[in-house]
Design a binder for this molecule. Sequence first.
Ligand code: ARG
Length: 471
Amino acid sequence: MNESKNANSAKPAANSMWGGRYANSPSEIMERINASIDFDRRLYRQDIAGSKAHCEMLIAQGVIASDDGAAILGGLDAVLAEIESGDFEFKTALEDIHMNIEARLKELVGDAAGRLHTARSRNDQVATDIRLWVRDAIDSLDSQLKALQEALIAKAETHAGDAMPGFTHLQPAQPVTFGHHMLAYVEMYGRDRARLADCRKRVNESPLGAAALAGTSFPIDRNMTARALGFDRPLANSLDAVSARDFALEFLAAAAICASHVSRQAEELVIWCAPQFGFIRLSDSFSTGSSIMPQKRNPDAAELARAKAGRIYGALTTLLVVIKGLPLAYGKDMQEDKEPVFDATDSLSLMLAAMAGMVSDMTVAPDALRRALADGFPTATDLADWLVRVLDMPFRDAHHVTGTLVGVAEAQGVALDALSLDAMQAVEPRITQDVFSVLSIDASVASRTSEGGTAVELVRQAAAAARERFL
Ligand code: ARG
């Protein structure tokens, strides 16, 4: 085959960063499969921070001369400024963010740039960058979760006293308050924050100084670089430092669980804003119209928040499968950690923003909540409890009697509290007028005073406590 006519054949010049032993440069396909610059450019800030910390340490330890070090530090600041102003040209031929930055550094400060990579490898460099990036992502997701909790608590306070049907199997079960329902999500998002905070402890350890895999013969100070970058400590084992990605898996797992919560709540918003429910109205800013049906108010943001959970589960699965079976230490497979981490973070961030927006903007319809309580006999349990408490019936018998009474009410087409005392006594002669004191919605809610229950006063206290605990 004539090499020169093959589009995938090698080009003449070798890679300037590692091409010492190569006569030819990579083929087009090699370059494409190898390059990560299209996505890992998002690590530029972390990469420059890591390089500056490394350089300062090399100066302090006398590994590089201070004038070279100063040139490098100044040059890294200049590169940062170029990237932030959009003046930086990212090159696929330079593979990744690390080599793009170093190559530009060389153009700016000359030969001194070549000393930056002393006692370092891209293996510890990239592990450092991605840990710094995930740490920032955790911090920003945490503030988004907090903002969402704040919106939910505010709604819970406003609607602490508004009764609605609580559901099991999406069938009316027992009355709860709207505030109670909002606070259930506050708890879930609180655990999401706790999971992320716990994950952050293991993210926040420094790989820098592990070099390629074995450590280095230079007299480096890993504690100094760890401190400079805000890490709690250096990772203890150099092989582990460059090849561990469980911090990213843990982050994605926490993100996936959080996404499951957002998606459950999104589903409820979708249901609640359907006219058949009418529990809430989403604001214009979070609804969309139909191109054919003029009457429509579609909850697209809620539907997409519900759907995007799928991408995040996908990201977790992707990285689990990438890491599975990889021998120590670094392998290029690990370059595939970034896109799932970035996509999951972007998706979750957008989901949380949309959810916070929908919740704070939505209007709740207490009348519709109340109307919905007319269906499904939501105080049937209160009736059974009355039979236990007042007539000393075993609960199973009370359950049976109540079931019969629900059948009678259903046949008459009325709610339980609209049955006559005679009709009740026909089923259970010992029932007295007192039973009606427990059959109203408000009495039912008021009776749920056990810890964590839905009684209005408890919900008010829970909202105040949630402010203390979370905001
Ligand atoms: N772009 C690479 C990554 O993201 C950087 C590390 C490359 N290391 C190497 N030995 N080729 O993983």
